[in-house]
Design a protein around this ligand. Structure first.
Ligand code: GP9
Ligand code: MN
Length: 688
């Protein structure tokens, strides 16, 4: 302990005793380099996300500049200027490219998207006329300034006395250590949400706001390289396993009562942001959280044992898995890193084999989750994003346009598409019910308390009825979540009415899925199940009525709704077979008369039991939930006979599917193997 405190004292003394004046006098060029690049980075944030005074990105920018700049001291004084100019040029280029990119896309540039950005923006004319602005040239001041300053320093013979060889080594170590310390200080302020977003890399605006442009771009570079490196080796082995798997598991959709029942019908596919079954089954003071969804689920086909299989790509993973019947990639998100592979999708099958007009709608920035590119690759003809909607301060909730406005504005667009192009698949991605669920004043009136009538005697001894309110879930995150879902549900109710009024419900199937759970705190569920109104607190664990929420309860509670509903046919059907997002595409394929070749899920209408594999290796059947990390499980069906053999067989099925899926994504196997098959066929025919 004493040793450490002495060390700190030493460092403190060094900092106090450091000769700043001498440092400043002999490092003029380096200081100019640091400050000018820092100004450029702030300028970029000023022109784009407007948080140029924020200390966090400033610290991060400073750290990167110091780290890259420190290597200048490894060069002789004469060469130092060249090195600083090269680094300055790269930094300035990053600022200019991002400034341009932001004007066009309202987001920041990514290495993995360079090729596609260049094709989307018609380089040349379009850039000069529509994108390039005066502000983009402003960043060049840094290079000009460095040049002028260098001349000035040469004139005053600064280089002749600034730095001996010994000094340079010391300066290098000192600067690189300073860079590391500043970075460490910065990372100490980074929250877990910020870290998680850095690893996902989907909301690039957020990243530049919090991490500064240089850290963002470095992270982006590593992520893009990672995706490339992952596929350098192992193709042959992966392709062999892929062929073997599909030889043994050729997909045959059996004929059942639901085969082809919806053939030729329009599809409105609703992506229910963060809607969990936990909300669907909930009511407060006799009022249901989701009256509209309840009507849909009661009249339609309700899959009440359905799970999203999303990983770090959250929303986009569910969009991907639903479309392809493949699992999310193990590292990163398909939407960001592997969107440009060839996939077999429900959208493409409906479009290319059945003549559907495939459309998607999301009133958020089209760059989020790279949907501008990703949705094309999934097989959507048109993606209507934020630009197609009128978004004002008044009609915004949380991340963007409120769901009610979103639906209201999209119906006329859909109507027009239908009139012009006929039969459609329209995916509508909701937004308002997104974490952190704190826009409570915008959700409307829905109370999550307990209200009771009690009879008391008044002063004259006459009985009077009074209403007593117990806070219950008010003010908790879960309580706010219920309010938010209630809002989303009422938006859905309005949407159904608007579709009906526009005549779009005739011959249409409405399909809704929850995209993933809402990551709510376990302690809030404990309160929900164990509230003691007398004490306004949670029951004691020893209380006989106490209901525990263990790991498995929490995992099972992450179940989300999947509902198929039509206006005219009342199905009144509940399917309780364990089911995952991968099963949607084969299930719908059978209903719409399609035959996919590469689905890793199953048509749930032909199954009694199923293995639902999660990206972390856990799996679920009707009988048990299996935790693969701990090799433990919880029995769900008390009548089931669980044996070790079944467990290892199911674990094998789950891991095999995850492996094949990952290989398809990384090695672009559908494209490459299809191509190979075609070539082999042509060669075979030529030899005959
Ligand atoms: C982003 C929205 C939310 O546009 O879809 O995505 P999520 O955070 O749920 O992945
Ligand atoms: Mn989502």
């Amino acid at each position: 302990m004493k040793k450490i405190s002495n060390k700190f004292k030493n460092i403190k003394n060094k900092i106090v005793e450091f000769n700043y004046k001498e440092y400043a006098n002999t490092n003029k060029q380096f200081i100019a380099f640091v400050v000018s690049n820092l100004i450029n980075a702030s300028l970029l944030r000023f022109f784009t996300v407007h948080n140029y005074f924020a200390i966090k990105p400033l610290l991060a920018d400073l750290a990167v500049i110091l780290l890259f700049g420190s290597f200048v001291y490894l060069f002789k004084t004469k060469k130092q200027f060249t090195y600083l100019m090269v680094i300055s040029f790269i930094f300035t280029l990053i600022c200019i490219v991002n400034s341009l990119y932001y004007t066009y896309y309202m987001s920041f540039a990514s290495f993995s998207l360079i090729a596609v950005s260049l094709t989307v923006v018609d380089v040349g004319d379009a850039v000069i006329k529509n994108v390039l602005q005066f502000k983009d040239f402003l960043f060049l001041w840094q290079l000009i300034f460095m040049l002028i300053y260098h001349r000035h320093l040469r004139k005053i013979k600064y280089y002749e006395f600034a730095g001996s060889k010994e000094n340079r080594k010391k300066r290098f170590t000192g600067t690189i250590i300073s860079g590391i310390v500043v970075y460490a200080l910065f990372f100490m302020t980074v929250t877990s949400v910020e870290f998680s977003r850095l690893s996902k890399q989907w909301n690039r605006e957020f990243l530049v706001t919090k991490f500064g442009v240089y850290t963002y771009q470095l992270n982006d570079l590593f992520k893009s390289l990672d995706a490339k490196f992952n596929t350098l080796f192992g193709y042959d082995n992966a392709a062999k396993k892929f062929r073997e798997y599909y030889d043994e598991n050729t997909i045959k959709l059996e004929k059942n009562d639901y085969s082809g029942i919806f053939e030729g019908k329009n599809i409105v596919l609703i992506h229910g942001e963060s809607i969990q079954n936990a909300a669907i089954n909930q009511s407060f003071n006799g009022k249901e959280v989701t009256p509209n969804l309840n009507k849909l689920k009661d009249e339609g086909i309700y899959f009440n044992n359905f799970y999203a299989q999303a990983s770090s790509g959250t929303s986009s993973d569910s969009e991907f898995t639903l479309a392809t019947s493949l699992y999310p990639v193990t590292n990163g998100a398909v939407a960001v890193s592997y969107w440009n592979r060839e996939y077999e999708t429900l959208q493409k099958m409906l479009r290319d084999q059945k003549g559907y007009n495939t459309l998607s709608f999301h009133a958020n920035n089209g760059e989020f989750w790279n949907r501008n590119n990703f949705h094309k690759s999934l097989g959507y003809n048109t993606f209507y994003s934020k630009n197609s909607f009128k978004v004002t301060e008044d009609n915004t909730i949380g991340l963007g346009l409120s769901d009610k406005e979103f639906f209201k504005q999209l119906v006329p667009i859909l109507k027009k598409e239908y009139n012009e192009k006929g039969k459609f698949l329209a995916t509508t991605i909701m937004l308002s019910n997104h974490t952190p669920f704190d826009a409570v004043d915008k959700y409307g009136d829905f109370e999550t308390n307990i209200k009771e009538e009690v009879v008391e005697n008044d002063a004259d001894g006459n009985p009077v009825t009074k209403e007593v309110t117990y806070p219950y879930m008010e003010g908790t995150k879960l309580g706010n979540y219920f309010k938010s879902v209630h809002y989303a549900d009422s938006a859905l109710g309005e949407f159904i009415n608007e579709l009906d009024e526009a005549g779009l419900l005739e011959n249409t199937v409405v399909i809704l899925y929850g995209d993933h759970d809402a990551k709510l705190p376990k302690s809030d569920y404990v309160r929900l199940y164990n509230y003691d109104k007398e004490t306004d607190s949670v029951l004691d664990k020893d209380d006989e009525n106490y209901r525990d929420v263990d790991y498995y309860d929490y995992e099972l509670n992450r179940s989300v709704p999947f509902i198929i509903w039509t206006k005219d046919t009342k199905f009144n059907k509940v399917i309780s077979t364990a089911m995952g997002m991968v099963d949607i595409s084969p299930t719908l394929s059978n209903m719409f008369g399609l035959t996919p070749k590469y689905s890793l899920g199953s048509d749930i209408m032909s199954l009694d039991n199923n293995v639902v594999a999660f990206p972390n290796g856990n799996w679920l059947t009707n009988d048990i939930y299996y935790n693969s990390q701990k090799d433990e499980y919880k029995v769900i069906n008390p009548n089931a006979i669980i044996d070790r053999d079944t467990i290892s067989k199911n674990s094998e099925i789950a891991s095999k599917k995850l492996e094949i899926s990952n290989d398809i994504i990384l090695y672009d196997l559908i494209k490459n193997e299809n191509k190979k098959e075609r070539l082999d066929r042509v060669e075979g025919e030529a030899n005959e």
